[in-house]
Design a protein around this ligand. Structure first.
Ligand code: IPM
Ligand code: MG
Length: 383
């Protein structure tokens, strides 16, 4: 099994280093190869997704991705901007299904910006379609308006579009995930629920989305389906988030709602993601970005990336037990009170990126408590 490691920009290299440390502590044999991506690749090779990086990602069994982007590239023409690297990887590798689980760990109930009673036990899965919608729809560009409110004026436009097969395949992923979650819950008679988020009251694309999702639902009588407009979904996510189980939506709405859902869990620094193709090959990345403002300071939260490694073990490398070990280790370090600054509150221990990674490794070895209490492996950051 070969894993392509693409650390990228900003905090990417720091958090990926900790995820690789955790991967290395598992006693499993993987080949890894690292390549530049994003602004780092542009600086070295003049392109955010060099041929060699794409080729490595193609031949690997899984890709571990950090983050891309920095304000200093904002003036480049769009095809050369760092974000094109992740968009290009998604497109070229056919990674159409993006899974973003938002889980509120018991230890972090207080870290959420919502009241503890709203988020305790939260466990939702956002499934975002990742290779279609207005993100990739053609035509797009700038031109002189021939109609509209200001004919003759300069204007910009993008195209929102979805084809039936694109909607069908993401709907199948959602119904299957809901069905699996219900049987894994162990609750007798548990029924999975899919909330399909659209804007069918205004947009043709999303009336079609709603119709196609409903048609696919006929094949999954064991799963409940509800439809919700995206504005209402944004509201319900902060009003009663636990009412959701699996949420399926398009690329743009999914981008927005998954950031919102991340905050329910305490910090976007906790949210892993998997982007899968039709055969289970995947790219795994934290849902947060490159955070150039804190890059190089050793304070970024590596847990979303470490949890992305767990998703990689589960979905692409067929190592579900190793995935569970990592998830339990993360739970253990949080229960022991370790917090990176994004999660820190009075009464918890503030640690940096590296200390957090080392603590997860110690917890994997079953020595969480000892390693943490002794303080020997820990250089605590002053709060
Ligand atoms: C994400 C990010 C990306 C997106 C950016 C970096 C292109 O926000 O993965 O959610 O919009 O998909
Ligand atoms: Mg986003």
């Amino acid at each position: 099994m070969k894993i392509a490691i693409l650390p990228g920009d900003g905090i990417g290299p720091e958090i990926v280093a900790e995820a690789v440390r955790v991967l290395g502590a598992l006693d499993l044999k993987f080949e890894t190869e690292t390549a530049l991506v994003g602004g780092a690749a542009y600086d070295a090779h003049g392109h955010p997704l060099p041929e060699a990086t794409l080729a490595l990602a193609r031949q690997a069994d899984a890709v571990l991705f950090g983050a891309v982007g920095d304000w200093k590239y904002d003036r480049l023409e769009r095809p050369l901007r760092p974000e094109q690297a992740i968009l290009g990887l998604r497109k070229h590798l056919g990674l159409f299904a993006n899974l973003r689980p938002a889980l509120c760990y018991d230890a972090l109930v207080q870290a959420s910006s919502l009241k503890p009673e709203l988020v305790a036990g939260l466990d939702i899965l956002i499934i975002r379609e990742l290779t279609g919608d207005i993100y990739f729809g053609q035509p797009r560009g700038r031109r002189t308006a021939v109609d509209g409110h200001f004919p003759g004026a300069e204007e910009a436009f993008d195209t929102m579009r979805y084809s039936r097969p694109e909607i069908e395949r993401i709907a199948h992923v959602a119904f299957q995930a809901a069905s699996k979650r219900a049987s894994a819950s162990g609750r007798p008679g548990a029924r999975g629920k899919v909330t399909s988020v659209d804007k069918a009251n205004v947009l043709e694309t999303f009336q079609f989305w709603k119709d196609v999702v409903s048609a696919v639902h006929a094949q999954y009588p064991d799963v409940e389906l509800e439809h919700m407009y995206v504005d209402n979904a944004a509201m319900q996510l902060v009003r009663a988030p636990r009412k959701f189980d699996v949420v399926v939506t398009g690329n743009l709405f999914g981008d927005i709602l998954s950031d919102e859902a991340a905050m329910l869990t305490g910090s976007i620094g906790m949210l892993p993601s998997a982007s899968l193709d039709a055969n289970g090959k995947g790219l795994y990345e934290p849902s947060h970005g490159s955070a150039p403002d804190i890059a190089g300071k050793g304070v970024a939260n590596p847990l979303a990336t470490i949890l992305s490694v767990a998703m990689m073990l589960r979905y692409s490398l067929q190592q579900p037990q190793a995935a569970e070990r990592i998830e339990s280790a993360v739970q253990a370090v949080l229960a022991a009170g370790l917090r990176t600054p994004d999660l820190w509150s009075e009464g918890t221990s503030k640690v940096g990126t590296r200390e957090m990674g080392e603590a997860v490794v110690a917890a994997l070895a079953g020595a969480a408590g000892d390693a943490l209490r002794s303080g020997r492996t820990m250089t605590r950051i002053k709060s």
